[in-house]
Design a protein around this ligand. Structure first.
Ligand code: FAD
Length: 285
């Protein structure tokens, strides 16, 4: 197998265009895939590309998560409560060794329906900065992940960073994951909820995303809409209408039936909303 190490962003883009090999960052998805029979003529290592590294930081009205940020860096970063869901998801990606090597970009670009980082970022309304030979473009995460192992990356492009809008001071989020055991497990279903409210405790933004219940993580727009303008104190009284879960179309597999997954998604979203609401209450009171 051919192995190329990109020296910088331009090099990575050029190598990808010329050779067509996949990128490797932490290698925690692609090496197991090779072990399981996936065949590539070569790999392009981007782990030393400076433009993809750096601290998770605030720039004006957005938080920037560089492509090579690892899950351990996400856990350790000094971030406001809007990022609680992402931190909770990060702490559940494999064990410590995986969190030290696995990157946010790798998790997104691998585009597994069970990728734990994607629902948390989706509930935050994250965008993806894509770099290519003709410069950069930015698209919402929902338009970036197109399906199981499918992304919107075009020839020669790579994910440079994730951009998360800075939310109001009163904003919190939470993540819930269901697996066959407590740790080191592929999600059967996972859910993330982000809530923002005004000084009076009325919800001004709701982001709800569910993973492993369709070919890609989805946002539940009807449920989000039903929360707007409500008081966070009344959240527990809101019934889960079947329409809220209608976008989900999970399959049956050895980890659970489709019907079980839809039911579990409803429960996990409620739990994530309740957890986020508790954090919000702490900020309002
Ligand atoms: C034991 C074990 C447990 C795991 N547990 C979990 C878990 O609980 N939850 C979970 O979600 N995942 C889990 N994973 C999967 C994996 O660790 C994560 O998805 C991780 O974030 C992948 O990041 P990486 O840098 O290692 O990706 P890599 O393997 O380096 O790359 C993954 C894919 O992304 C592409 N890619 C990487 N960077 C870029 C870029 N900048 N631009 C374009 N394409 C890029 C690669 O070409 C490849 O197709 C586990 C893996 C292992 C081995």
């Amino acid at each position: 197998m051919d192995y190329r190490r990109a020296e910088n962003l331009e090099d990575a883009v050029r190598l990808r265009r010329e050779m067509g090999y996949p990128f490797v960052a932490g290698g925690t998805d692609i090496y197991p895939a090779i072990e399981n029979g996936a065949r590539f003529p070569g790999l392009i290592d981007v782990s030393k590309v400076e433009a993809l590294r750096g601290k998770i930081r605030r720039e004006h009205d957005a938080w920037i998560i560089p492509a090579l940020a690892t899950w351990s860096e996400v856990v350790a970063a000094d971030l406001p409560p809007q990022f609680d869901a992402l931190k909770q998801a990060a702490a559940e990606v494999g064990g410590r060794q995986i969190q030290n090597a696995g990157t946010v970009a790798g998790n997104i670009c691998n585009a597994s329906p069970a990728a734990d980082g994607i629902p948390a970022l989706m509930s935050l309304g994250a965008g993806i900065v894509i770099a290519g030979s003709s410069g950069e473009r930015e698209i919402p995460l929902e338009e970036f992940v197109l399906g199981n192992r499918k992304t919107a990356l075009q020839e020669g492009e790579l994910l440079r960073a994730v951009k998360v809008p800075v939310r109001a001071a009163r904003c919190a989020s939470a993540f819930r994951k269901l697996g066959a055991r407590r740790y080191l497990v592929i999600s059967i279903v996972m859910a993330a909820a982000t809530l923002e409210c005004d000084a009076g405790g009325r919800i001004t933004y709701a982001g709800i995303s569910v993973g492993a219940c369709a070919a890609r993580a989805l946002r539940l727009a009807a449920w989000e809409q039903a929360l707007l303008g409500r008081s966070i104190a009344d959240l527990h009284a809101l019934e889960v209408a079947p329409a809220y879960l209608a976008p989900l179309s999970p399959m049956d597999d050895i980890r659970g039936s489709g019907a079980y997954r839809v039911h579990a998604a409803g429960v996990l979203v409620r739990e994530a909303l309740a957890k986020a609401a508790v954090r919000l209450n702490e900020q309002v009171s």
